[in-house]
Design a binder for this molecule. Sequence first.
Ligand code: 5GP
Ligand code: ZN
Length: 125
Amino acid sequence: MDDCLFCSIAREGAYVHKAKGFVAINDINPQAPVHVLVLPERHVDTFREIGEFGAKETKQMLEFVAETAAKVGLTDYRVLVNVGAAAGQTVFHLHWHILGGGPDALAEVPAAVGLAEPAQAELEL
Ligand code: 5GP
Ligand code: ZN
């Protein structure tokens, strides 16, 4: 998609990792010492459309998430997908957040990324 930020980044971004149709980038506004985003190169709006990926591609995407975490040095981490605006999704190109870094890092990581406090409370996340 021409007007999609993450399509542009997938084409020409500074990657942490890239393979088999997927890229990983550092989040511009990290919520943990390590905060990486995994995106498919091809545009899918949200996780709701996960069925648009075939079985092989879905497995590759999940393996790519795990590979990326290992590549950036994480053994313990949180994987998170915001699905829809009310859940905090702000960029409508499917992406997986990988958050971690350091023994106490996850204690500081919110259960939801990108939600203001009142919205988190409303959703009881
Ligand atoms: P969402 O809120 O949609 O789940 O996550 C979008 C994420 O993309 C946010 O964590 C935000 O900080 C990150 N982000 C937004 N714009 C950019 C950008 O231009 N570059 C990078 N690397 N990350 C971005
Ligand atoms: Zn896109």
